[in-house]
Design a protein around this ligand. Sequence first.
Ligand code: BES
Ligand code: MN
Ligand code: ZN
Length: 510
Amino acid sequence: MRYSEQSLPVGVVSGPASAVEADVIVAVACEGEAAAASAAFDGAAGGRVSGAFDSREFTAKPGTVFVTPCVSPWHASRLLLVGGGPRAGFDTAQLRRAATTAALTARERRWRRIAFLLPSILPPGDEAQAASEGLTLAAHYTGIYKSDADARPAVLEPMIVTPDEASADARDAAERSAARGYILAACSNLARALANEPANVITPRTFSEIAAHLAAESGLKADVLDEERLAGLNMGLLLGVARGSAERPRMVVLRYEPVRPATRAVLGLVGKGVTFDTGGISIKPSEKMHLMKSDMSGGAAVLGAMKAIAALKPGAAVVGVIPLVENMPGGRAMRPGDVVRSAEGKTVEVLDTDAEGRLILADALWYARQIGATHLVDVATLTGAIGIALGRTTTGLFGAPDDWVSLVGRTANRAGDRAWPLPLFDDYREQLRSDIADLANIGGRPAGSITAAMFLKEFTGGLPWAHLDIAWTAWAEEAQPWQPKGPTGVAVRTLAELACAHDDWPPLAP
Ligand code: BES
Ligand code: MN
Ligand code: ZN
């Protein structure tokens, strides 16, 4: 894979804004606040800000921009106003999107030095982190296989500008927050780059090689289990899915250990790594099948999060487990009706070979427990049904107990990865009954995302566990001003922030 870092760290400078040298200086304007924006920036723009509001050329709605040349005494070449939406709903998610919108505009027009003025609406550290994330997310580039080198976008030199009156302490805090935001977003972009790679490039073997390389670079311990070791551990569900492919399976295990642990708890992150999902013998229709190259987005999110965790150095240990297979309909493939046995010992009747994610995750959740995880989160492009329930903007959230699930949900929403809970009532378990084995791997059309989660729950050993179904949030089918078409990097920031929030994890069982 030809992945290379396409972004530069985000610098921090302090005001006055008029003195900042840049190709473009960016300010956030809120809807209905023409007077405030004009008072602040008409001086920079020779009166054209109030004009743009008056003519409604610029409305300050989210995703909108207005660009005008700067006049003396301002030093930047141009002023870009970006819409923040209504001030009442302005939060870090709006700020992050505004920063990405502005930076994508700058990248498009090849303005390299972009200076982003913090709007001073939210707590300063939160603003610096969200702005830094937004600016860095704009570096994601999907055209690496295009031959025309001139079409490559510019590499931005982003900086954030703290308010003029900020104290030295506030500036230090802004620098730490900006560095943190850069790490989180650059690791989100790594996950996006992986998810965008075709399945002839990313196979279980090459994914595991990238993971081992990345671990060596970032000081994580890595263990790559090959087919022989997976067989030694009796991972019959994972091996069953792998049977139909010429590409042999792997399981990547990454471990972060703090120098001075603040807790005995160990976070276990498990990510679905199906490098291509044809459906197997229960084969999928060919329309849109190519997008199943991204069926390893959960695994990519865990890898990105582990890289971020290695850099952020939280006080809790974290293990990342990524089961890797290609789901193909080969001559040795599993058949509908086959019965396979999990490493934990439970038997499963495979009524649909396209419900493969839950099979590999079951053995991976078991393995995460074997190596010491005390709190589990899995991330998976698991069910098409989640999009019917929640659409393209919201990740499905499941699990138990409630305090763990709600912590994961709050962390996700703060990180800009919106997630919303669905229930796991015991009744749903009946849909997974098999006539001949402990469990069937599908539960019918009704509540399809819930029965998939109920299946996973069987393999969590009663530990605190949360499941994020990202089937419709890992890939943007339509471009937005702040989000190009393609992989989104969903869940990377959530998982890394969760690792850092260990003071809020529910206590270990005695
Ligand atoms: N990888 C798919 C889920 C998916 C669907 C991801 C659409 C992204 C976009 C998963 O392995 C799958 O095929 N699920 C089946 C389950 C069914 C057979 C119970 C599905 O959703 O149809
Ligand atoms: Mn499938
Ligand atoms: Zn799948």
